[in-house]
Design a protein around this ligand. Structure first.
Ligand code: FCB
Length: 466
């Protein structure tokens, strides 16, 4: 299709990045697979949550989603046609262990085994996320991540999957965005399982990190040459004003958003200032847990979407220290470009975030495991989707990634979120994040302008910019 590029956008080309850089797209099992009742798959917490009235916009659910369970060969062809060299996807735990424990279902393992073979045949390096939020409901019924037993269950599941795929899959991500599981799922209740309890959310947070640490040696034992890490959603945080109260609030907010994850993973334990504020809500930590959590990773995955500007909420009317012990309020900055989700579009935030993480934590290689945007895409009568805002977002964020590289950040890859429009959690099918448009009635896939551009970028055939 023909699309035009705003001449004020930066010029960025694949050739600006190292030759061994990984380029791909990311997806997640529940968001694309469908096939909810096939291959012996058990119920997940997102099946239960999305089928509970009022939890997901328009009552949408993941029963069919993008029907990737049946259409995966076509989806992998699409990825290959982009010129990508990697693909990040997740495994649905309930396809492997329908109740979260016990013997593996062969049909579930076979599905992913075929997918992995399909990737390798197409020259695409598989990047597997073990947990992207679809916990078996049967485990939830026993307490899910709130129960310490979840750590052992996750290690067993990891053992099964890495034994089955580890001969071919070398890149393993234990968890995707523990922040969302812990706090969206257990404090705010807007994600599955819909619990609203800060103390439980903190315990979930701890169990997620512990299960990550427990899984690392399992992966390494089963996978010769394994590269194992975790994916965090991180945000650059700045104060709403120069006032000492806002500056202190921004630091606390950074504690809840970023340091609560980065510090323990890098051997520093939980940040003392955050734990002190949390008081009775602080997680119960057993001797030895922090050592397990701090086991070294081979890479750090970062998902970047937006920064946050933060003010002190201590004196806000109605502020309840029992609900919000950090006492911070995210401030709406006016006049900022936003996605259809309302997330501010700040490409420089990516450079700032990456340089900060590299400076403060000196992680091994960093991969951007997700970055993308949602806009209200329209298919034109000629069958094209000219998503110029997403295209502009993509170009500017790639230029920002290049800036981080130039500043010395050990950045090694970029995965666009997402290959396909998909089930966007509590927003259902309303929010489209794909570089490919999906007609959910016909399941037809149409590459959007951003996808066409990404193809030229990955193939390094972009025409010179005017
Ligand atoms: C991230 C999730 C991913 C997707 C994007 C938009 O938080 O990891 O599944 O929903 O946001």
């Amino acid at each position: 299709m023909n699309f035009s590029i705003d001449p004020s956008l930066p010029t960025v080309r694949r050739g600006d990045f190292p030759a061994d850089f990984r380029w791909g797209c990311a997806t997640a099992s529940f968001q694309i697979e469908g096939g909810a009742h096939e291959g012996g798959r058990g119920e997940s917490i997102w099946d239960r949550f999305s089928h509970t009235p009022g939890k997901v916009k328009n009552g949408d659910n993941g029963d069919v989603a993008c029907d990737h369970y049946h259409r995966w060969p076509q989806d992998l062809d699409l990825l290959q046609s982009l010129g990508a060299n990697a693909y990040r996807f997740s495994i649905a735990w309930p396809r492997i262990q329908p109740t979260g424990r016990g013997a593996a279902v062969q049909a579930g393992l076979d599905f992913y085994s075929r997918l992995v073979d399909g990737l390798l045949e197409r020259g695409l390096q598989p990047w597997v996320t073990l947990y992207h939020w679809d916990l078996p409901q049967a485990l939830q019924d026993e307490g899910g991540w709130m129960s310490r037993d979840s750590v052992a269950r996750f290690a067993d599941y990891t053992d099964i999957v890495t034994r089955a795929l580890g001969d071919r899959v070398k890149h393993w991500i234990t968890h995707n965005e523990p922040f969302c599981t812990a706090f969206l799922g257990h404090q705010h209740g807007v994600h599955a399982p819909g619990v609203k309890d800060l103390g439980l959310a903190m315990q979930v947070h701890h169990h997620l990190l512990l299960s990550h640490g427990r899984a690392l040696p399992v992966i390494r034992a089963n996978v010769p040459g394994a590269q194992a890490g975790i994916t965090l959603s991180l945000h650059p945080i700045s104060p709403a004003s120069d006032s000492p109260a806002d500056v202190a609030a921004a630091h606390r907010h950074d504690g809840g958003r970023n340091r609560l994850f980065l510090d323990p993973l890098h051997g520093r334990g939980y940040p003392a200032d955050v734990i002190e504020r949390l008081g009775p809500f602080a997680p119960r930590v057993v001797a030895g847990d922090l050592d397990e959590i701090a086991r070294p990773c081979d890479f750090l995955g970062i998902n970047y979407y937006f920064p946050e500007v933060v003010a002190d909420a201590t004196h806000d009317a109605g502020h309840d220290p029992l609900k919000d012990p950090l006492a911070t309020r995210v401030v709406e900055v006016h006049g900022v470009e936003r996605t259809a989700f309302g997330w501010p579009v700040v490409p420089e935030g990516l450079t700032a975030l990456l340089t900060r993480v590299a400076r403060d934590y000196a992680p091994p290689p960093i991969y951007i495991t997700e970055n993308g945007s949602t806009f209200d895409d329209v298919m034109l009568p000629d069958g094209t989707v000219n998503d110029s805002q997403r295209l502009s977002y993509l170009i500017r964020h790639l230029a920002a990634a290049r800036d981080a590289l130039a500043a010395g950040v050990p950045l090694k890859g970029y995965f666009a979120w997402s290959l396909l429009d998909n089930f966007e959690w509590a927003e259902g099918y309303l929010r489209r994040f794909g570089i490919t448009y999906v007609d959910f009635q016909t399941q037809q896939r149409t590459l959007k302008a951003s996808g066409h551009w990404y193809r030229q970028f990955c193939q390094d055939t972009l025409p010179p910019q005017a």
